[in-house]
Design a protein. Structure first.
Length: 566
């Protein structure tokens, strides 16, 4: 749940810190007092777009921070782990965002720097904000299938994932078939080019390690005389100049006196012996190496020709021998596709047919499960609408399946389209929401759906921003009672102008604005029981608050408590 919200320098809010509780909260106040600014702050904290216009005039930046108290089993902790952000040992999640007057934004999740994409992903697990504009989403039939799949649960989600994996494979095969069938004279010209290039590379008989070996052999043969001279001189210095004899004599001298000071002379004698043996071995190797050195102009010329050939291939086909061989493999495949076009087309057609059959089976299974889920969703919404004073209203989550088509017309989402249909009055046919529902009906339909989905999506905070606009009387009371019931599953906030809704809240906050030092300042205050009576009386009576409106407000609170306790 949302424990605390702090705001500084956002629009007309200078500085506000508000604590919240479990249950149903309402926020009320005069029009223009700044009620929606609290919602704007929450929207920014869950990744909404911000602008420099939102920063309070004359300030460098706006600051917002929210603390959420969440159980360790909540999905948001898995999201944080996947994003590489630290959680909290106290199950407390803190989100902070700053918005500068220049329009720059910075975000932190539990103290770790985050970007807006991360903030949105985390925010989707924490807060659902529903305003009058969201009624429009109910009118878009393309979203209805998504809502139905969400209601259907994990079984449909897993099947949809399998279907979409098969659908992508089907799409790749379809693209390959189209590409293969689009052969032309240019393809045949390319085949001739590929064959020429393949023969040029194949005839070179390249080996991966060949380049380094050629360079090494070229260096040796190209400097054979110099290598012979220096090798001979080195051998003579070691062997013929008496250097080895000098080592031997020094060792003998030390052996005669080593017994007098073995701690010092013993290690020195061992070093000399090691040096003598190494020098003797080096002289032996130099002699053998010198005897094998040969000047071979013919071989040197052959190496030069080979290097020139490889350099020519490198200029055409790749920077290295492995690159050239990879290019050969690629054009061999391309040439095979062109040369054996008909065979490849037949193979791809067969594979495409098999892939379509797999997709079709998944799509049909998905459609059956959606039909079952649609019946359950329809019954659930009608039950909720009954609680909301629309007991005679028919609601249908209608699934239209293109299963009669042969072959099936597959889309990313299967073979189904969904549409929410409504018949508000008995005897009227079911029609799309966009053609029949009034504003008050849309508010209640949306609240019914949110009541159902609150148990599914595990979002702990629901915010309703004046969704009860255009509703009055018994419908308003029904909405208030439903919000109160919903607060038993999650934390509910409602910005409202209706006393019927405000009296059903567990906690009531008044948003007001005053002029301080010639600046407008918005404040937020949690109301006491007496404060609630005064605010409800204002909502009932308008400008003038009388004893009668106060009595009426007190009576409404008593009845609301009785209703909640029932």
């Amino acid at each position: 749940m949302l424990r605390e919200l702090s705001i500084r320098n956002l629009a007309v809010i200078e500085e506000v810190t508000v604590g919240f509780h479990d249950g149903f909260h309402v926020l009320t106040g005069e029009t223009g007092a700044g009620k929606s600014i609290l919602i704007d702050a929450l929207i920014l904290l869950i990744g909404g777009r911000g602008s420099s216009d939102m920063v309070r005039y004359g300030c460098d930046k706006a600051e917002m921070e929210a603390s959420f108290d969440l159980p360790s089993s909540h999905p948001v902790w898995h999201v944080l782990d996947r994003l590489g952000l630290k959680g909290s040992s106290e199950d407390l999640l803190t989100i902070r965002r700053e918005l500068s007057a220049q329009g720059k934004s910075s975000c932190r999740l539990n103290g770790s720097i985050a970007n807006l994409t991360m903030l949105r992903e985390v925010g989707e697990c924490l807060v659902n904000i529903h305003g009058q504009h969201e009624h429009q989403s109910l009118l878009r039939s393309e979203q209805h299938l998504e809502w139905l799949d969400l209601f259907a649960g994990e079984e449909v989600a897993a099947l949809k994932k399998q279907y979409q994996a098969a659908f992508f494979k089907y799409g790749e095969l379809r693209s390959s078939l189209k590409s293969t069938m689009d052969t032309s004279r240019q393809n045949m010209q390319m085949l001739d080019l590929y064959k020429f290039q393949m023969e040029e590379i194949r005839s070179a008989s390249l080996r991966v390690e060949e380049w380094d070996q050629l360079q090494e052999e070229k260096d040796v043969l190209g400097h054979a005389d110099k290598i012979m001279t220096h090798t001979s001189e080195a051998y003579e210095l070691l062997n013929d100049s008496g250097a080895l004899d000098a080592f031997s004599t020094a060792i003998e001298k030390l052996e005669e006196i080593s017994g007098y000071n073995p701690a010092l002379l013993g290690p020195l004698m061992e070093q000399l012996k090691s040096a003598y043996y190494q020098a003797e071995d080096a002289a032996h190797q130099l002699r053998g190496y010198r005897e094998n050195i040969q000047s071979d102009p013919v071989r040197l010329a052959a190496i030069g020709d080979r290097i020139n050939l490889i350099n020519s291939l490198r200029r055409k086909y790749g920077d290295s021998i492995p690159d050239i061989m990879a290019y050969y493999k690629k054009i061999k495949h391309e040439a095979d596709l062109i040369e054996n076009r008909d065979e490849h087309i037949q193979f791809l057609k067969k594979s495409l047919k098999e892939a379509h059959a797999v997709c079709s089976q998944y799509a049909l299974d998905l459609s059956l499960k959606r039909q079952s889920a649609a019946e359950l969703l329809s019954a659930s919404v009608e039950a909720q609408l009954k609680d909301l004073g629309m007991s005679r209203t028919q609601f249908r989550a209608n699934v239209e399946t293109h299963s009669a088509d042969e072959p099936l017309k597959l889309t990313l989402h299967g073979i189904d389209e969904a549409a929410f249909l409504l018949a508000p009055n008995p005897g009227e046919p079911l029609k799309p929401l966009s053609k029949i529902a009034s504003g008050g009906e849309m508010s209640r339909i949306m609240l019914a759906l949110k009541s159902i989905f609150a148990e599914i999506d595990q979002v702990p905070v629901l915010v309703f921003d004046e969704v009860d606009t255009g509703v009055s009387g018994r419908a308003a009371q029904a909405i208030a009672e439903k919000m109160s019931q919903l607060s038993g599953k999650c934390q509910v906030f409602s910005i409202t102008h209706l006393p019927q809704v405000a009296c059903m809240a567990d906690f009531h906050y008044e948003i007001s604005k005053d002029v301080v030092r010639d600046r407008t300042v918005t404040s937020v205050k949690e109301l006491s029981d007496r404060g609630r009576i005064e605010e409800l009386a204002r909502m009932l009576g308008g400008v003038e608050v009388t004893d009668k409106t106060r009595h009426h407000a007190q009576e409404m609170l008593v009845l609301a408590d009785r209703q909640k306790g029932a």
